[in-house]
Design a protein around this ligand. Structure first.
Ligand code: FAD
Ligand code: 2HG
Ligand code: ZN
Length: 476
């Protein structure tokens, strides 16, 4: 039997056994699901399935398990490592979660909410605000990524310093396992020491262990106020000293601490309309930091005093505190515009790395020197969540300095050098974006044999037929 008729028989079986699940097969319908948002990965698929209920998804998975069909869960398709794109075989089933998008419950007194995986992050934030609460996960992609995808990648973002990663924000998970069984652990408990923490295993598993269908999330009271500053600093060492000063003075109120090089500001201002540099002072590095509080406090005064102290200590060259919500928004828009500006500016290589915060200055110095010595046409645009020790150590080839193919040819050597330096500083080669397809070999290289064994054993135990997102994370 040829592949086309085998696929036809498989699809017929899925249609018969999974009533109610929309199955897209027409090229114009499936196209948006077959490549990633950066158009770096392209695949083919047997079909795209769009279940609407947990029961439908469970029936679908049970059928896929029986027939040995590889499945690729897909949320908002905003991730960076190709994890949501099927392979080239045309034999895998993409399962889109977008139709499972109900807010199931909000318990304001318990500061928790239960939402389905297909809710957009922005929808979750709005629903929390509507109940007088605050959900602190914040990413530039909030309007298009889904909470299921956020949990599957254990997303980080702009508020990790104060509130933690997606895993830290989660009380309970519901998921369909590879054989169609439903893992139901939507408890909204802060304390629950009953055996292995299975929800934490599913969070960050990038669709390789099961499909997350719902989550119970932690909420906070609505924030009372914030104070946001854009600060010019001489170098990374000064930024890290400023971080320590701010943590000492503001404690838990320090929500965000982003490090931005001048190159990133220039790219954003050049490629993204309505963005402009907040400070006249030209500096090599800038910090965007924000204090937030749940009670009525003089945050501007606290930030101003701390920045004055930092200026006296020679750490700060210039600073502006947002005088209005519009100005605050403008600071953040500038920051959030950087990934899109990089995309428009030309081909690039991305590294989503973390090192201990104390090691950032040395890492940046060494890695920048390597780039300067080995990547002659590339412009370093290293920015990100310095308060968490996480930088997007990206390099762009601007204004036609190299073709995408030339950059792709150089990428393995560059990546190896940067990641070896990360490892030498005790860091991680994936701080927040995950492994997907992009970093399968990197995970093997920088992870101990014992850890890899444990991961493979967990994978085999939960997915013995290897149908969950084949080829991703642990590879084949
Ligand atoms: P997808 O891209 O659809 O999928 C990601 C992975 O999760 C895939 O492996 C997929 O198979 C799996 N998956 C998706 N849904 C499910 C599910 N329900 N069950 C099981 N597996 C599933 N990321 C950060 O961490 N921090 C940032 O600051 C940040 N900023 C960004 C800014 C921009 C402008 C963009 C475009 C992206 C940014 N990202 C950031 C990356 C991305 O938005 C996150 O990784 C996000 O969590 C992915 O969610 P998604 O719904 O798009 O998932
Ligand atoms: C961010 O922090 C995202 O803006 C994207 O994680 C980073 O594009 C990148 O490299
Ligand atoms: Zn980031």
């Amino acid at each position: 039997m040829n592949l086309a008729s085998a696929a036809g028989i498989t699809l017929e079986a899925l249609r018969r056994r999974c009533a109610g699940v929309a199955l897209l097969t027409a090229a114009e319908d499936t196209a948006p699901y077959l490549s990633d948002h950066r158009r770096l990965y392209h695949g083919r698929a047997l079909a795209v399935a769009l279940p609407q209920t947990v029961a439908q998804l469970a029936a679908l998975m049970s059928c896929c398990h029986e027939l040995g069909i590889g499945v690729v869960p897909q949320g908002g398709n905003t991730s960076y490592c190709g994890g949501a794109t099927p392979d080239e075989s045309g034999q895998q089933l993409v399962i889109g979660l977008g139709r499972m998008n109900r807010v199931r419950a909000i318990d304001a007194a318990n500061f928790s909410m239960t939402v389905e995986a297909g809710c957009l992050l922005e929808q979750v934030q709005r629903a929390a605000a509507g109940a007088g609460c605050y959900f602190p996960l914040e990413l530039g992609s909030a309007g298009s990524c889904q909470i299921g995808g956020n949990l599957a990648t254990n997303a980080g973002g702009l508020n990790v310093l104060r509130f933690g990663m997606a895993r830290d924000l989660t009380l309970g998970i519901e998921a369909v396992l590879p054989d169609g069984r439903v893992f139901q652990r939507l408890r909204s408990l802060r304390k629950d020491n009953t055996g292995y923490d299975l929800k934490s295993l599913l969070i960050g598993s990038e669709g390789t262990l099961g499909i997350i269908t719902a989550a119970t999330l932690k909420l906070w009271p609505q924030r009372h106020g914030s104070s946001t500053a854009f600060v010019a600093v001489a170098d990374v060492g000064a930024a890290i000293a400023l971080l320590a000063l701010l943590r000492g003075a503001a404690g838990e109120r320090l929500n965000s601490f982003e490090l931005l090089p001048r190159a990133a500001i220039e790219l954003a201002c050049r490629y993204i309309p309505d963005t402009r540099a907040p400070l006249g002072t030209a500096s090599a590095w800038y910090v965007l930091c924000e204090l937030g509080s749940f009670v009525d406090e003089q945050l501007d005064e606290l930030l101003q005093n701390t920045l004055a102290q930092a200026t006296s200590a020679g750490l700060v060259q210039d600073a502006a505190i947002a005088a209005s919500e519009a100005q605050r928004r403008a600071f953040w828009n500038l920051r959030e515009a950087i990934p899109e500006a990089q995309r428009r500016a030309g081909p690039g290589v991305k590294h989503d790395i973390s090192v201990p915060v104390s090691a950032l200055p040395a890492f940046v110095a060494e890695a920048s020197a390597w780039v300067a010595g080995h990547v002659s046409e590339g412009t370093l645009v290293a920015y990100g969540h310095a308060g968490d020790g996480n930088l997007h150590f990206n390099i762009n080839w601007l204004g036609g300095a190299a073709s995408a193919a030339d950059v792709a040819a150089q990428e393995p050597v560059i990546r190896r050098a940067i990641h070896d330096l990360v490892a030498a500083h005790g860091g991680s080669i994936s701080a927040e974006h995950g492994i997907g397809r992009l970093k399968v070999a990197e995970l093997q290289r920088y992870t101990s044999a014992v850890e890899l064994d444990m991961m493979r054993e967990i994978k085999r135990a939960l997915d013995p037929k290897g149908i969950m997102n084949p080829g991703k994370l642990l590879g084949s």
